[in-house]
Design a protein around this ligand. Structure first.
Ligand code: 5GP
Ligand code: MN
Length: 344
Protein backbone atom coordinates (compact mmCIF):
# COMPACT_ATOMS: atom_id res chain seq x y z
CA UNK A 1 0.00 0.00 0.00
CA UNK A 2 1.31 3.43 -0.90
CA UNK A 3 1.56 6.00 1.84
CA UNK A 4 2.56 9.63 1.55
CA UNK A 5 4.40 11.88 3.97
CA UNK A 6 1.67 13.70 5.94
CA UNK A 7 3.55 16.97 5.39
CA UNK A 8 3.45 16.54 1.62
CA UNK A 9 -0.29 15.90 1.65
CA UNK A 10 -0.90 18.85 4.01
CA UNK A 11 1.19 21.16 1.81
CA UNK A 12 -0.55 19.89 -1.32
CA UNK A 13 -3.96 20.63 0.24
CA UNK A 14 -2.86 24.11 1.27
CA UNK A 15 -1.50 24.93 -2.18
CA UNK A 16 -4.68 23.70 -3.89
CA UNK A 17 -7.00 25.41 -1.41
CA UNK A 18 -5.13 28.72 -1.65
CA UNK A 19 -4.96 28.73 -5.45
CA UNK A 20 -7.64 30.37 -7.54
CA UNK A 21 -6.09 29.63 -10.93
CA UNK A 22 -4.33 26.31 -11.50
CA UNK A 23 -2.27 25.25 -14.53
CA UNK A 24 -1.65 21.60 -15.34
CA UNK A 25 1.08 20.43 -17.70
CA UNK A 26 2.19 16.98 -18.92
CA UNK A 27 5.00 15.76 -21.17
CA UNK A 28 5.25 16.31 -24.92
CA UNK A 29 3.73 13.74 -27.30
CA UNK A 30 1.26 13.00 -24.52
CA UNK A 31 0.19 9.39 -24.13
CA UNK A 32 -2.89 7.97 -22.38
CA UNK A 33 -1.37 8.40 -18.94
CA UNK A 34 -0.14 11.95 -19.50
CA UNK A 35 -3.41 13.13 -21.05
CA UNK A 36 -5.58 10.99 -18.77
CA UNK A 37 -3.99 12.32 -15.59
CA UNK A 38 -4.13 15.92 -16.86
CA UNK A 39 -7.82 15.69 -17.74
CA UNK A 40 -8.68 13.77 -14.56
CA UNK A 41 -7.11 16.51 -12.48
CA UNK A 42 -8.63 19.28 -14.62
CA UNK A 43 -12.16 17.90 -14.10
CA UNK A 44 -11.56 17.32 -10.39
CA UNK A 45 -10.20 20.81 -9.71
CA UNK A 46 -12.99 22.39 -11.76
CA UNK A 47 -15.51 20.43 -9.66
CA UNK A 48 -13.90 22.15 -6.65
CA UNK A 49 -14.56 25.51 -8.30
CA UNK A 50 -10.95 26.15 -9.34
CA UNK A 51 -10.20 27.91 -12.60
CA UNK A 52 -8.11 25.19 -14.21
CA UNK A 53 -6.32 25.02 -17.55
CA UNK A 54 -4.54 21.90 -18.81
CA UNK A 55 -1.63 22.51 -21.20
CA UNK A 56 0.10 19.96 -23.43
CA UNK A 57 3.39 20.94 -25.13
CA UNK A 58 2.13 19.56 -28.45
CA UNK A 59 -1.11 18.09 -29.75
CA UNK A 60 -2.39 14.82 -28.27
CA UNK A 61 -2.74 11.93 -30.74
CA UNK A 62 -6.11 11.71 -32.49
CA UNK A 63 -6.98 8.37 -30.86
CA UNK A 64 -7.09 10.06 -27.44
CA UNK A 65 -9.19 13.07 -28.35
CA UNK A 66 -12.36 11.16 -27.37
CA UNK A 67 -11.42 11.57 -23.71
CA UNK A 68 -13.84 13.96 -21.98
CA UNK A 69 -12.36 17.47 -21.89
CA UNK A 70 -9.64 16.81 -24.51
CA UNK A 71 -11.00 19.59 -26.72
CA UNK A 72 -10.46 22.09 -23.89
CA UNK A 73 -6.70 21.46 -23.71
CA UNK A 74 -4.38 24.36 -24.54
CA UNK A 75 -1.80 23.03 -26.99
CA UNK A 76 1.31 25.15 -26.39
CA UNK A 77 2.83 24.55 -29.84
CA UNK A 78 -0.33 26.03 -31.46
CA UNK A 79 -1.21 28.64 -28.83
CA UNK A 80 2.05 29.66 -27.19
CA UNK A 81 0.75 33.06 -26.04
CA UNK A 82 -2.25 31.45 -24.35
CA UNK A 83 0.02 28.87 -22.71
CA UNK A 84 2.41 31.60 -21.55
CA UNK A 85 -0.49 33.58 -20.08
CA UNK A 86 -1.80 30.45 -18.33
CA UNK A 87 1.48 29.82 -16.52
CA UNK A 88 2.19 33.48 -15.73
CA UNK A 89 -1.25 33.95 -14.20
CA UNK A 90 -1.40 30.65 -12.36
CA UNK A 91 -1.30 30.49 -8.56
CA UNK A 92 -0.18 26.86 -8.79
CA UNK A 93 1.39 24.70 -11.50
CA UNK A 94 0.94 20.92 -11.36
CA UNK A 95 3.33 18.79 -13.45
CA UNK A 96 2.03 15.34 -14.34
CA UNK A 97 3.77 12.25 -15.76
CA UNK A 98 7.23 13.81 -16.18
CA UNK A 99 10.00 14.72 -13.78
CA UNK A 100 12.42 16.73 -15.90
CA UNK A 101 11.56 20.02 -17.65
CA UNK A 102 13.38 18.70 -20.75
CA UNK A 103 10.31 16.52 -21.28
CA UNK A 104 8.12 19.55 -21.99
CA UNK A 105 10.43 20.92 -24.64
CA UNK A 106 9.68 24.54 -25.61
CA UNK A 107 7.06 24.81 -22.89
CA UNK A 108 9.84 24.65 -20.27
CA UNK A 109 10.80 28.35 -20.44
CA UNK A 110 7.12 29.30 -20.03
CA UNK A 111 6.95 27.30 -16.79
CA UNK A 112 10.34 28.58 -15.62
CA UNK A 113 9.25 32.19 -16.17
CA UNK A 114 6.23 31.71 -13.90
CA UNK A 115 6.42 32.45 -10.19
CA UNK A 116 3.75 29.96 -9.03
CA UNK A 117 4.83 27.03 -6.85
CA UNK A 118 5.14 23.67 -8.60
CA UNK A 119 3.68 20.33 -7.54
CA UNK A 120 5.11 17.29 -9.33
CA UNK A 121 3.15 14.03 -9.49
CA UNK A 122 5.08 11.42 -11.47
CA UNK A 123 6.13 7.78 -11.69
CA UNK A 124 9.41 7.96 -13.65
CA UNK A 125 12.78 7.19 -12.04
CA UNK A 126 15.34 9.80 -10.98
CA UNK A 127 13.37 13.04 -10.68
CA UNK A 128 15.12 16.25 -11.69
CA UNK A 129 12.28 18.69 -10.91
CA UNK A 130 12.28 19.82 -7.31
CA UNK A 131 8.93 21.48 -6.74
CA UNK A 132 7.31 22.84 -3.61
CA UNK A 133 5.75 19.38 -3.23
CA UNK A 134 6.89 16.24 -5.07
CA UNK A 135 5.08 12.93 -5.34
CA UNK A 136 7.62 10.73 -7.10
CA UNK A 137 6.58 7.05 -7.09
CA UNK A 138 8.24 4.89 -9.76
CA UNK A 139 6.79 1.76 -8.16
CA UNK A 140 3.29 2.79 -9.28
CA UNK A 141 2.50 1.76 -12.84
CA UNK A 142 0.77 4.95 -13.94
CA UNK A 143 0.62 8.60 -12.98
CA UNK A 144 -3.17 8.22 -13.11
CA UNK A 145 -3.15 5.63 -10.30
CA UNK A 146 -0.72 7.79 -8.32
CA UNK A 147 -2.87 10.88 -8.86
CA UNK A 148 -5.93 9.01 -7.57
CA UNK A 149 -4.03 8.02 -4.41
CA UNK A 150 -2.82 11.59 -3.86
CA UNK A 151 -6.34 13.01 -4.32
CA UNK A 152 -7.71 10.35 -1.99
CA UNK A 153 -5.09 11.04 0.69
CA UNK A 154 -5.88 14.76 0.35
CA UNK A 155 -9.60 14.05 0.81
CA UNK A 156 -10.34 15.40 -2.66
CA UNK A 157 -11.56 12.12 -4.19
CA UNK A 158 -15.11 13.30 -3.42
CA UNK A 159 -14.68 15.74 -6.35
CA UNK A 160 -13.80 12.98 -8.85
CA UNK A 161 -16.85 12.60 -11.07
CA UNK A 162 -17.54 10.31 -14.00
CA UNK A 163 -15.46 12.26 -16.55
CA UNK A 164 -12.45 12.53 -14.23
CA UNK A 165 -12.77 8.83 -13.38
CA UNK A 166 -12.92 7.90 -17.07
CA UNK A 167 -9.73 9.85 -17.82
CA UNK A 168 -7.98 8.33 -14.79
CA UNK A 169 -9.00 4.83 -15.80
CA UNK A 170 -7.75 5.46 -19.36
CA UNK A 171 -4.22 6.23 -18.14
CA UNK A 172 -4.18 3.24 -15.80
CA UNK A 173 -5.18 1.02 -18.73
CA UNK A 174 -2.75 2.42 -21.32
CA UNK A 175 0.32 2.33 -19.04
CA UNK A 176 -0.34 -1.35 -18.19
CA UNK A 177 -1.56 -2.63 -21.59
CA UNK A 178 -5.04 -3.00 -20.10
CA UNK A 179 -3.61 -4.46 -16.87
CA UNK A 180 -1.39 -6.95 -18.72
CA UNK A 181 1.97 -5.76 -17.33
CA UNK A 182 3.09 -3.73 -14.28
CA UNK A 183 -0.31 -4.76 -13.00
CA UNK A 184 0.35 -7.04 -10.01
CA UNK A 185 -0.23 -4.36 -7.40
CA UNK A 186 -3.56 -5.19 -5.67
CA UNK A 187 -4.29 -1.53 -4.93
CA UNK A 188 -4.70 -0.90 -8.68
CA UNK A 189 -7.89 -2.94 -8.56
CA UNK A 190 -9.18 -1.09 -5.52
CA UNK A 191 -8.65 2.18 -7.41
CA UNK A 192 -10.27 0.70 -10.51
CA UNK A 193 -13.27 -0.33 -8.46
CA UNK A 194 -13.56 3.17 -6.97
CA UNK A 195 -13.42 4.67 -10.46
CA UNK A 196 -15.98 2.26 -11.88
CA UNK A 197 -18.37 3.11 -9.08
CA UNK A 198 -18.40 6.60 -10.54
CA UNK A 199 -19.89 5.25 -13.76
CA UNK A 200 -16.86 4.53 -15.97
CA UNK A 201 -17.79 2.30 -18.90
CA UNK A 202 -14.62 0.23 -18.96
CA UNK A 203 -15.78 -1.98 -21.83
CA UNK A 204 -16.30 1.07 -24.01
CA UNK A 205 -13.01 2.57 -22.85
CA UNK A 206 -11.21 -0.64 -23.87
CA UNK A 207 -12.84 -0.44 -27.27
CA UNK A 208 -11.77 3.15 -27.77
CA UNK A 209 -8.23 2.70 -26.46
CA UNK A 210 -7.24 -0.75 -27.72
CA UNK A 211 -9.70 -1.77 -30.36
CA UNK A 212 -10.08 1.30 -32.56
CA UNK A 213 -7.76 1.62 -35.56
CA UNK A 214 -7.72 3.69 -38.71
CA UNK A 215 -7.07 1.81 -41.94
CA UNK A 216 -3.78 3.72 -42.13
CA UNK A 217 -2.69 2.40 -38.74
CA UNK A 218 -3.58 -1.18 -39.61
CA UNK A 219 -1.61 -0.94 -42.85
CA UNK A 220 1.45 0.73 -41.32
CA UNK A 221 1.53 -1.73 -38.40
CA UNK A 222 1.22 -4.63 -40.84
CA UNK A 223 3.92 -3.22 -43.13
CA UNK A 224 6.38 -2.68 -40.28
CA UNK A 225 5.81 -6.18 -38.96
CA UNK A 226 6.04 -7.75 -42.41
CA UNK A 227 8.87 -5.82 -43.97
CA UNK A 228 10.67 -3.75 -41.35
CA UNK A 229 11.15 -6.03 -38.36
CA UNK A 230 14.55 -7.67 -38.01
CA UNK A 231 15.39 -10.14 -35.29
CA UNK A 232 19.06 -10.42 -34.32
CA UNK A 233 19.05 -13.72 -32.39
CA UNK A 234 22.73 -13.40 -31.44
CA UNK A 235 21.85 -10.16 -29.63
CA UNK A 236 18.41 -11.35 -28.41
CA UNK A 237 17.10 -8.13 -29.90
CA UNK A 238 14.63 -6.95 -32.55
CA UNK A 239 14.97 -3.74 -34.55
CA UNK A 240 12.19 -2.01 -36.49
CA UNK A 241 12.81 1.00 -38.74
CA UNK A 242 10.39 3.33 -40.48
CA UNK A 243 11.66 6.04 -42.79
CA UNK A 244 10.15 9.43 -43.51
CA UNK A 245 9.34 8.31 -47.08
CA UNK A 246 7.52 5.24 -45.76
CA UNK A 247 5.62 7.43 -43.27
CA UNK A 248 4.54 9.64 -46.18
CA UNK A 249 3.59 6.67 -48.37
CA UNK A 250 1.36 5.28 -45.63
CA UNK A 251 -0.10 8.66 -44.64
CA UNK A 252 1.36 8.24 -41.16
CA UNK A 253 -0.57 10.07 -38.44
CA UNK A 254 0.66 10.57 -34.89
CA UNK A 255 -0.11 7.51 -32.77
CA UNK A 256 -0.28 5.13 -35.76
CA UNK A 257 2.76 3.13 -34.56
CA UNK A 258 1.79 3.10 -30.87
CA UNK A 259 2.43 -0.39 -29.48
CA UNK A 260 4.48 -1.54 -32.48
CA UNK A 261 7.72 -1.77 -30.49
CA UNK A 262 6.10 -4.21 -28.06
CA UNK A 263 5.20 -6.74 -30.74
CA UNK A 264 8.64 -8.42 -31.19
CA UNK A 265 8.84 -9.04 -27.43
CA UNK A 266 6.26 -11.77 -27.98
CA UNK A 267 8.89 -13.77 -29.93
CA UNK A 268 10.52 -16.29 -27.56
CA UNK A 269 14.17 -15.39 -27.05
CA UNK A 270 13.80 -11.68 -27.81
CA UNK A 271 14.68 -9.71 -24.67
CA UNK A 272 14.52 -6.18 -26.03
CA UNK A 273 13.09 -4.36 -28.99
CA UNK A 274 14.10 -1.08 -30.63
CA UNK A 275 11.95 1.03 -32.96
CA UNK A 276 13.47 3.86 -34.99
CA UNK A 277 11.01 6.24 -36.66
CA UNK A 278 12.34 9.02 -38.86
CA UNK A 279 10.06 11.97 -38.07
CA UNK A 280 12.15 14.56 -39.95
CA UNK A 281 15.09 14.24 -42.37
CA UNK A 282 17.51 14.68 -39.47
CA UNK A 283 15.42 13.54 -36.51
CA UNK A 284 14.78 9.94 -35.52
CA UNK A 285 12.60 9.02 -32.55
CA UNK A 286 13.81 5.95 -30.67
CA UNK A 287 11.48 3.69 -28.65
CA UNK A 288 12.66 0.69 -26.68
CA UNK A 289 10.94 -2.08 -24.73
CA UNK A 290 12.41 -4.98 -22.76
CA UNK A 291 11.63 -7.91 -20.52
CA UNK A 292 12.95 -8.72 -17.04
CA UNK A 293 15.80 -6.69 -15.60
CA UNK A 294 17.25 -5.52 -18.90
CA UNK A 295 17.27 -1.73 -18.64
CA UNK A 296 16.34 0.06 -21.84
CA UNK A 297 16.16 3.20 -19.72
CA UNK A 298 19.93 2.94 -19.22
CA UNK A 299 20.55 2.56 -22.97
CA UNK A 300 18.26 5.47 -23.85
CA UNK A 301 19.76 7.71 -21.20
CA UNK A 302 23.38 6.95 -22.00
CA UNK A 303 23.19 6.94 -25.79
CA UNK A 304 20.05 8.67 -27.00
CA UNK A 305 19.53 11.65 -24.69
CA UNK A 306 16.36 10.11 -23.31
CA UNK A 307 15.02 8.00 -20.47
CA UNK A 308 11.79 6.47 -19.20
CA UNK A 309 11.27 3.25 -17.28
CA UNK A 310 13.32 0.03 -16.89
CA UNK A 311 11.23 -1.81 -19.52
CA UNK A 312 9.88 1.09 -21.61
CA UNK A 313 12.05 4.02 -22.62
CA UNK A 314 12.71 6.40 -25.46
CA UNK A 315 15.20 8.84 -26.84
CA UNK A 316 16.18 10.62 -30.04
CA UNK A 317 18.92 10.99 -32.62
CA UNK A 318 19.43 14.20 -34.58
CA UNK A 319 20.66 12.51 -37.75
CA UNK A 320 19.41 10.57 -40.77
CA UNK A 321 17.80 7.17 -40.34
CA UNK A 322 20.94 5.40 -41.64
CA UNK A 323 23.10 7.25 -39.15
CA UNK A 324 20.67 6.58 -36.31
CA UNK A 325 20.60 2.88 -37.19
CA UNK A 326 24.41 2.81 -37.21
CA UNK A 327 24.37 4.36 -33.72
CA UNK A 328 21.92 1.73 -32.52
CA UNK A 329 24.00 -1.12 -33.98
CA UNK A 330 27.08 0.32 -32.28
CA UNK A 331 25.56 -0.12 -28.81
CA UNK A 332 24.70 -3.80 -29.28
CA UNK A 333 28.01 -5.07 -27.81
CA UNK A 334 27.34 -3.05 -24.66
CA UNK A 335 23.79 -4.45 -24.61
CA UNK A 336 25.26 -7.97 -24.94
CA UNK A 337 27.27 -7.46 -21.77
CA UNK A 338 24.14 -6.14 -20.00
CA UNK A 339 22.34 -9.34 -21.04
CA UNK A 340 25.13 -11.46 -19.57
CA UNK A 341 25.11 -9.42 -16.41
CA UNK A 342 21.35 -9.86 -16.05
CA UNK A 343 21.70 -13.62 -16.59
CA UNK A 344 19.30 -13.45 -19.54
P1 5GP B 1 7.47 5.62 -25.96
O1 5GP B 1 8.43 4.58 -26.47
O2 5GP B 1 6.09 5.06 -25.80
O3 5GP B 1 7.54 6.89 -26.74
O4 5GP B 1 7.96 6.00 -24.50
C1 5GP B 1 8.14 5.02 -23.51
C2 5GP B 1 8.56 5.66 -22.21
O5 5GP B 1 9.80 6.32 -22.38
C3 5GP B 1 7.59 6.69 -21.67
O6 5GP B 1 7.50 6.49 -20.28
C4 5GP B 1 8.19 8.01 -21.97
O7 5GP B 1 7.89 8.91 -20.97
C5 5GP B 1 9.69 7.70 -22.03
N1 5GP B 1 10.34 8.45 -23.11
C6 5GP B 1 10.09 8.39 -24.43
N2 5GP B 1 10.87 9.23 -25.11
C7 5GP B 1 11.64 9.85 -24.21
C8 5GP B 1 12.66 10.86 -24.31
O8 5GP B 1 13.01 11.36 -25.39
N3 5GP B 1 13.21 11.27 -23.13
C9 5GP B 1 12.86 10.74 -21.92
N4 5GP B 1 13.46 11.20 -20.80
N5 5GP B 1 11.90 9.80 -21.80
C10 5GP B 1 11.30 9.36 -22.92
MN1 MN C 1 3.04 7.32 -17.44
Amino acid sequence: MTTFAPDSIRQFCELVNDARRIAIVCHMTPDGDALGSSLCLMHTLRAMGKHTVAVTPDAPPRNLTFLPGASEITVASYHSERAKYTFLNADLIICLDFNDLKRIDRTAPLVQAASAPIVMIDHHLNPVINGAVNFSHPEISSTCALLYLVLEAAGLDQFIGKDAATCCCAGMMTDTGNFAYNANDPQLYRILSQLMQRGVDKNELYNRLFNTNSLGRIRIMGYCQYARTHVLPEHRCAIITLSLDECRDFGYAKGDTEGLVNVPLSIPGVVYSIFLRQDEPHYVKISMRSKGNFSVKQLCEQHFGGGGHLNAAGGEVHASLDEALAQVLAILPEADSMLEHDGQ
